[in-house]
Every structure is written in C-alpha cells, then in structure tokens.
Design a binder for this molecule. Structure first.
Ligand code: C2E
Ligand code: MG
Ligand code: MG
Ligand code: MG
Length: 293
C-alpha cells in the first residue's frame, strides 16, 4: 500500500541521512586527534615565474592521512576544522611546519623561495593571529618577506573593516598577503584598493576554461591588468596545459602553479624538485631561440 511504501521510503531516507551525519561525526572525532597523532602533514606545490622560469615560491597545502580511510581531501576536512574551531590549532601547525621547512631549505642551500600559507576565515577573526605569526617568524628565523598568507575573498568580506585593520598589522610584520581564488567571491573591486594586498591568485575555474571560453579569457586578462595597475603580483592557479601557460604568459601573468609544473608534494620531495631544477625545461630552448632572433 501507498502508506507502507511511504513509510519505507521515509525510513530509507533517514537511514541515509544518518549514515551521512555519522560519517561527518566520525571524521570530526578523528580530526580532533589527528594533530597529536601526527596524521597531518604539509605538502608543497611550487610556483614558477613565467619570465625567468625560476621556481620562486611554494604553496603549503595540508594533508590528512586517516589511519583507516587513507588520504582525506582538504575539501572535506577543512570545513569541519572551520566549524569546530579545530582550524586554529591546525593553522598554527601549518604555519609552524611551513616556516620551519622553508628555513631548512635555505639552510641546505636553496635560493630563497616564498612560502605561501592558507589562512581560513576563523583564523582571521581570532585575537591572536598577529602575535602567532610574529612568534612563528621569530622561532623559525624565516625572513618575514618570504612568508605570504593566502586569504579568500569570502574571509575578508565577512567584516571588511576589521579585516582591513588586521591585514595592515600583518603587512607591518613584513609578510605578503594574497587574495586567493580571486573572481569566485563577491567582493567589490574597491576592496582590492582598500586591503594592503601584494598578490592576486586567479582562480582555477578561469584558468581551466582559458582555451575554450572567451569569457574566461576576458576575465583572466582583466584580472591581470587590474592587479598590475594596482601594483600587485598575479599568480594563476590550476595551470595544467602548455596552452594555458602560453596564454597567461602572453598576458604578462607573473607566476603559475598547477599540475603542468607539478603536484603538491612532501617537503623532502619539494626540496629535491627545486634543487634539481636548474635543468632547462623542454620548452625553454624554444623560448630562448625566439628571444635571441
Ligand atoms: P587553494 O588554496 O585554492 O589551493 C589550491 C588547490 O588546487 C589545492 O587543492 C591544489 O592541490 C589544487 N591544484 C593545484 N594545481 C592544480 C591543477 O593543476 N589542477 C587541479 N585540478 N587542482 C590543482 P587541495 O590541496 O585539495 O586544497 C583545497 C583547498 O583546501 C585549498 O584551496 C585551501 O582552500 C584549503 N586548504 C588546503 N590546505 C590548507 C591549510 O593548510 N589551511 C587552510 N586554511 N586551508 C587549506
Ligand atoms: Mg591557496
Ligand atoms: Mg587558490
Ligand atoms: Mg582554489
């Protein structure tokens, strides 16, 4: 009968919802212990300057290796960390590890590279951010100008006035500030001027569609021109093909990051990648040939 069917359907639905809820609760419980159990690790994805082809920086990206589930995506665990407030401790860990690794690479003879660390909205509203960052810089001995903090539009726009004041304090420490995933949020362009930003990161969604969608191209080109007009550096994220790279170079984009160059990797591998990369890339010969004509 219809009523029975409805009942069964309802039962099934709640069971599915419970399963979903349980999974999240379980991840949440496990995430609480992940830090102390050493399950969190920073990986690093290099960024390349499009004019010199040198590796000029890396982005630090958090990885969670769950003892049973294996790698859990940041898209899954960062929001949980945000909601529960765990992000504050995790964010401190990320900063501490990233600055220590950057300083270790320097000690081992690598030329200086910029270390970019993501900050979540919750960290921006915390009262201790500026002193936390100052402390991390002091403990690691890293040159503050080599540290960059990546902040999304959304995080800055929650309370723009408070954010602007905080960002000025951070800039006063000497660190760089990047606006992450630019173009996907809802910030007014005037905030680009009001916030003391040093870098704009073009979101992957525009880069992905560069070769197929004239609108994505127009947006990417516009962001580059706008950012340069405001004396900011432009980094394109998610570059996967040579075609995307060539387009970005033709528009004078400063740096790229993406699978075309390499995926994020553990500290030791990132070190080796940078140490070995004095070798020219396949397309470098071509570029040089054109330049020397
Ligand atoms: P994001 O800051 O925009 O980081 C870039 C993301 O794009 C990374 O994903 C990176 O692995 C991915 N990516 C880079 N190049 C390519 C490419 O060519 N193709 C594709 N398909 N993807 C590419 P990931 O590591 O999964 O991180 C996702 C997001 O999680 C980050 O986005 C960031 O918002 C957040 N996140 C990661 N680590 C941290 C952290 O330590 N703290 C905070 N607050 N957020 C973090
Ligand atoms: Mg980022
Ligand atoms: Mg990004
Ligand atoms: Mg992104």
């Amino acid at each position: 009968r219809a009523k029975d069917k409805g009942g069964a359907c309802y039962q099934f639905y709640t069971a599915a919802m419970n399963a979903h809820g349980n999974e999240r609760l379980r991840l949440e419980a496990d995430l609480r212990r992940a830090l102390e159990r050493g399950e969190l690790q920073m990986h690093y994805q290099p960024k390349m300057n499009l004019r010199t082809q040198a590796i000029v920086g890396v982005e630090a990206l958090m990885r969670w290796r769950h003892p049973v589930l294996g790698q859990v995506s940041p898209a899954q665990f960062i929001p949980i960390a945000e909601d529960t407030g765990l992000i504050v401790a995790m964010g401190r860990f990320a900063l501490e590890a990233a600055c220590a690794d950057a300083q270790e690479w320097r000690r081992r003879g690598l030329p200086p590279v910029q270390m970019s660390v993501n900050l979540s909205p919750r960290q921006l509203t915390g009262a201790t951010l500026v002193s936390d960052i100052a402390g991390v810089l002091q403990r690691s001995g890293l040159d503050p100008t080599l540290l960059e903090l990546e902040i999304t539009e959304g995080a800055m726009m929650k309370s723009p006035e408070t954010a602007a004041a905080l960002l000025h304090e951070l800039r006063a420490l000497g660190v760089g500030l990047a606006i992450d995933d630019f173009g996907t949020g809802y910030s007014s362009l005037s905030y680009l001027k009001r916030f003391p930003l040093s870098t704009v990161k073009i979101d992957r969604s525009f880069v992905r569609d560069l070769s197929t969608d004239p609108d994505a191209r127009a947006l990417a080109n516009g962001i580059i021109t706008l950012a340069h007009g405001l004396r900011m550096k432009v980094v394109a994220e998610g570059v996967e093909t040579a075609e995307q790279l060539e387009h970005l170079r033709s528009q004078d984009c400063d740096e790229i990051q993406g699978y075309w160059l390499c995926k994020p990797m553990p500290a030791e591998q990132a070190y080796e990648f940078m140490a070995e990369r004095r070798v020219p890339l396949p397309w470098q010969a071509e570029v040089n040939a054109v330049r020397h004509q």
